[in-house]
Design a protein around this ligand. Structure first.
Ligand SMILES: Cc1cc2nc3c(=O)[nH]c(=O)nc-3n(C[C@H](O)[C@H](O)[C@H](O)COP(=O)(O)O)c2cc1C
Length: 182
């Protein structure tokens, strides 16, 4: 049986470093795991007024896609020391209607990626705050603050060996953590 892990990238940018890191993690998944990419860029802004018996189709698609997943890996940029609004919106959409939080119980991994020196620490921890409320057990160690990312890449898609090895370590720890919970 394949274990399905949702991949969410909090950047909509074509050349996103977070997306590059996400692809590198996906390439490291063992054969019996599948990366399920969860696009979040087209989700209408969350409003309770729209959350009726017929919510926006994009919301329903996200909720339906998340529900059967075994775990979720978030890759977040840092915008003004927090998470981009598009990522927070996706969390909000999946958390409602009240009592139907599709994130609940799913083991999570938070990876923050930035060209800056502190590796998106602020975004990483703001995201963790929301995941606590969303009832997502989240890997504590090793922490994944990927700073100075431009210097960690050998070309447009590949990371230097040391970084790839660190990604492998984080991923292995996360899969072990997740498998103990599901
Ligand atoms: C609105 C905005 C706010 C930003 N704030 C921060 C910040 O607080 N910390 C940081 O390290 N980088 C900040 N940056 C720079 C991002 O880290 C950089 O654009 C990064 O490449 C975004 O991730 P991506 O490559 O996955 O799109 C900001 C960028 C934008 C557009």
């Amino acid at each position: 049986m394949t274990t399905k892990i949702g991949f969410i990238v909090g950047s909509l940018r074509e050349g996103s470093y977070n997306r590059k890191a996400a692809k590198a993690f996906a390439a490291l998944l063992p054969a019996d795991y599948e990366a399920v990419w969860l696009p979040i860029g087209d989700l209408p802004w969350y409003s309770e007024d729209l959350d009726t018996a017929t919510p926006p189709a994009e919301w329903q698609a996200l909720r339906t896609a998340v529900a059967p997943l075994d775990g979720i890996i978030f890759f977040t940029p840092e915008y003004n020391r927090s998470v981009p609004g598009v990522l927070k919106n996706a969390l909000d959409v999946g958390s409602r209607p009240y009592g139907h939080n599709v994130w609940g119980g799913k083991p999570a991994l938070v990876v923050s990626v930035s060209p800056g020196a502190i590796g998106g620490f602020g975004a990483n921890h703001h995201l963790r705050q929301s995941l606590t409320f969303l009832d997502m057990p989240t890997l504590q160690q090793p922490e994944a603050y990927i700073g100075n990312v431009a210097k960690l890449m050998t070309d447009e898609t590949h990371f230097i060996d040391g970084t790839t090895q660190y990604f492998q370590l984080i991923l292995t720890k996360y899969l072990d953590f997740m498998n103990r919970l599901i």
